[in-house]
Design a protein around this ligand. Structure first.
Ligand code: SF4
Length: 435
């Protein structure tokens, strides 16, 4: 679902801002956007948190977005739904809070397995200023002891789709128990990862000798890890700025690292934890050597196809900067433009340092101008949203859907080859079609 631009976005503005390295200016743009909204995150979050339920308070459009993105679930009771706001709700003819109480009561009666219920705001609920924080507080008190009720916004008015996860995780942080401020340091991995990737990382941390590792989100939303001044956290995703701020407000400290994409990114990410937890360098190398070698070998397979090719990213998932670093550093690609909806200069500082000076960085969105630049640059591969891929393909550009990178397991050593292959495949397909 395409989000409406904020009102001020109609008049596009463009400004130049210094990159942290001060090597090149960052293009800042504001205008029409072509991205999914934050509700999209429910698709991977409901799979991750198996005792949580996501109740979107929205319109039929929101329900359609979720249903088409998630597919039809016929094997299990779904763990998300939309409380559809009708015209009379929007016109203020009924008390929407009362209606919501009724819907939540009915849902909890029918689904006693729900431990955490997220009330998720949407464009319509925000437009009529339905106060879901108040609703969550009231309903939480009413159902206390049975279910935890939280709220966040997945609306497309101000977000890009990965911000839905950020808002959801940030809503969990105040619920995390307090860590022992005098106890041993604990590691917290922040960001939703497929179970298989999470298990691989937990195994590696265990082999390294880091035993106390928590995950946010946990597989069961009710098993929230503790947080406090002894918490050191590693971001697994680059789009979690609100969650990071909430964790720091509880005393946690971020470990500065590359994001765990590819052999180099994953090594640097693990190394940041190993250094903080005093792991011996030789032991670190002995644990990491095998999987790192496998990752390098797996990546090599795509190098022939990707090396020397030019790539542009349109702003979409917020994964653009670390992925551009991976493709540049590990596969020899040449980034032409790296567009990202938000550029978190602190969280991305290490990634930015490794990008070539020639890469054009842009922050924010103005789809027409960005498309014009793609036409002018003529990259070999353009990473963009679903809605832009077909028109660009029709103009002769090879494209990669950005959202596929969020739905696929791409983190860590064992997924490095698949990640490279995700970029190589559209180019290979193009070569086949040309023959
Ligand atoms: S939240 Fe807004 S952008 Fe998202 S599906 Fe609903 S109406 Fe569309």
């Amino acid at each position: 679902m395409n989000a409406l631009p904020p009102s001020s976005g109609c008049a596009s503005e463009l400004a130049l801002k210094e990159r942290p390295s001060e090597r090149a200016p960052v293009l800042r743009e504001r205008g029409q956007r072509e991205v999914f909204c934050g509700l999209t995150g429910i698709i991977w979050l409901h799979r991750k948190m198996q005792d949580a339920f996501f109740l979107v308070v929205g319109s039929r459009t929101c329900a359609h977005l979720l249903q088409s993105a998630a597919g039809v679930m016929i094997f299990a009771e779904p763990r998300f739904a939309t409380a559809i706001m009708e015209e009379r709700d929007l016109a203020g003819m009924v008390d929407a809070q009362e209606e919501l109480d009724r819907v939540v009561g009915k849902l909890l009666q029918r689904r006693p397995d729900i431990n955490t219920l997220f009330l998720v705001g949407s464009c319509p609920s925000e437009v009529i200023k339905l106060d879901l924080a108040k609703a969550a507080e009231r309903l939480g008190a009413k159902h206390a002891g049975d279910v935890r009720i939280l709220n966040y916004s997945g609306s497309g008015i101000e977000t890009t789709f990965t911000q839905g996860e950020d808002a959801c995780l940030a809503s969990l942080v105040p619920e995390m128990p307090a860590g022992d401020s005098d106890g041993a340091k604990e590691l917290l991995i922040v960001g939703s990862l497929p179970d298989i990737v999470e298990d691989q990382f937990l195994r590696l941390f265990k082999q390294l000798g880091i035993e106390r590792v928590g995950m946010l989100p946990a597989r069961n939303a009710c098993d929230l890890p503790a947080v406090g001044p002894q918490t050191r956290y590693l971001l697994a995703q680059p789009f979690l700025s609100d969650t990071a701020m909430a964790l720091e407000n509880r005393g946690a400290q971020r470990l500065d690292a590359l994001f765990p994409f590819g052999a180099e990114g994953t090594t640097a990410w693990l190394r940041a934890a190993a250094t903080e937890f005093g792991i011996d360098e030789m032991h670190f190398n002995s644990v990491v050597a095998g999987p790192r070698k496998r990752a390098k070998r797996a990546i090599e397979h795509s190098r022939e196809m990707l090396g020397g090719k030019r790539i542009s990213f349109l702003p979409d998932s917020q994964l653009e900067v670390p992925l551009a670093r991976f493709l540049t550093q590990e596969l020899g690609m040449e980034p032409v433009e790296i567009g990202t909806p938000y550029l978190h200069r602190t969280h991305l500082a290490r990634e930015l340092e490794l990008l070539p000076e020639t890469a054009r960085l842009s922050e924010g969105q103005h789809v027409d101008k960005q498309l014009d630049r793609v036409r002018e640059d003529r990259p070999d591969l353009t990473v963009c949203g679903l809605g832009l891929a077909n028109p660009l393909e029709a103009e002769g550009f090879a494209t990669k859907w950005a959202i596929e990178l969020v739905f696929s397991p791409i983190h860590g050593f064992e997924q490095a080859g698949d990640l490279a292959e995700l970029f190589a495949r559209p180019l290979r397909r193009r070569d086949v079609l040309r023959v």
